[in-house]
Design a binder for this molecule. Structure first.
Ligand SMILES: Cc1ncc(COP(=O)(O)O)c(C=O)c1O
Length: 393
């Protein structure tokens, strides 16, 4: 008899990127039309040379083969707390910080600390698919909060969120800058969500994985200077994108002592500690690579300018609905066709690899997501030309 698989895992969507990769077998690549791979949010540049040297030096030390403290190397927790305090003009201490095995791991631990089977988390739609997948695996119900398109991108409304809060609601989750839309939430909007969460005694989780691609000022939000932040705000972060270190698996979270106690148990049980060399790498990055990181941020900002130019006339009827950080969220012109069909057609006929909107939640059939971190400005203009060629007519 076959073994029984946990029904919550069976109910969870398949990892979407490997599945979409299968479409590449039919990609319409030619000598003068190479693949434009806009599917995965991976930086197109390698880590800084000096960072790679620092990692090689670390790998030669016997001690880096061993565990670190559960919540991370103390000097890294201190340094990251200092970085948060400076960047947000707030108050974060080393004991408020946990280093994790990547941003996804930080999110999984935070959710596990706060919610269990039958509980609910309010998640703006569209959303980052791994967030939804983890909640489903835990038997936690994702309560969708629709986003509304406007000049600032796709935004959720705190009043609408309030109407969704019930006795099983444990948290509201935001991602800013957003994956998949690239939309950046204003400090006032973030504050409104925090005030709501605080009033309702639920947590506010904000995944700020892409915040290094924002201007240095003003701070993305004011929560770390709000005396109440440790009551229920959880900041989630990844070093993957900022330092182009996706394979080293280092992220972080910041939270108050009650949540941190729970995180300590989870972290010990799941990973014991994050990768030792990875932690030393990001410590090196925090100490030495501020200018390098800002130069990468400026490259991304130039790509956003290129996107605005390239999409100014809605090439082929494709409309840029939102953009920022690594992402462009594009409305396609093929009414009545599924976004998956459109995305496959773009692979087949234009060698353009995007992801269909419904991967990111309900109500997204009119959209595809293009992750432009992977292509340069010339690639962005090539994207617009190919979309123009794919016109719905
Ligand atoms: C919003 C968001 N959070 C977290 C992650 C994953 O980060 P990490 O590689 O550190 O697990 C991603 C990756 O695409 C992401 O888009």
């Amino acid at each position: 008899m076959p073994v029984r698989i946990n029904p919550n895992i069976m109910a969870t969507a398949e990892p979407p990127i490997p599945e979409a990769m299968g479409w590449l077998a039919e990609a319409g690549v030619t000598a003068d039309r190479p693949l434009l791979n806009l599917a995965q949010a991976v930086p197109s540049y390698p880590p800084a040379e000096k960072l790679r040297e620092a990692m090689a030096d670390a790998a030669r030390l016997a001690e880096t083969a061993f565990y670190t403290p559960i919540l991370g190397i103390e000097s890294l927790r201190e340094r990251f707390a200092q970085t948060l305090s400076n960047d947000y003009r707030g108050q974060v201490d080393a004991e408020d910080v946990a280093i994790s095995a990547g941003g996804n791991h930080a999110f999984c631990m935070a959710v596990m600390a706060l919610a269990g089977p039958g509980d609910e988390i309010i998640v703006p739609q569209p959303c980052y698919f791994n967030h939804e997948m983890w909640c489903t695996m835990q038997g936690i119900r994702v309560v969708p909060l629709p986003c509304h398109a406007g000049p600032e991108g796709l935004l959720p409304d705190p009043h609408e969120a309030e109407s969704l809060i019930g006795p099983r609601t444990r948290a509201i989750l935001l991602v800013s800058p957003n994956n998949p839309t690239g939309t950046v939430y204003s400090p006032d909007l973030v504050q409104a969500f925090f005030d709501l969460a605080h009033r309702k005694q639920i947590a506010l989780l904000i995944d700020e994985t892409y915040r290094d691609f924002l201007p240095d000022v003003p701070p993305p939000h004011r929560l770390f200077s709000d005396a109440r932040w440790r009551d229920g705000f959880v900041h989630l972060y990844s070093f993957s994108k900022a330092y182009s270190l996706t394979g080293y698996r280092i992220g972080a979270l910041a939270a108050g002592p009650r949540i941190m106690d729970a995180i300590g148990k989870i972290a010990d049980t799941v990973t014991i500690c994050p990768s030792h060399i990875g932690q030393l790498a990001v410590l090196y990055g925090l100490e030495h690579l501020g200018d390098w990181k800002r130069a990468r941020r400026d490259e991304m900002t130039n790509r956003v300018v290129a996107l605005d130019q390239a999409f100014a006339d809605n090439p082929g009827g494709f409309r840029l609905r939102s953009r920022g950080a690594f992402f462009a969220y594009i409305e396609h012109p093929f009414k009545g066709q599924s976004a998956a069909n459109v995305a496959r057609m773009l692979v087949r006929e234009q060698a353009v690899f995007t992801l269909p909107g419904p991967i990111f939640g309900i109500g997204q059939e009119r959209y595809v997501r293009a992750a432009f971190a992977n292509v340069d400005e010339a690639g962005i203009h090539a994207l617009a030309r190919r979309l123009d060629a794919q016109s719905a007519g």
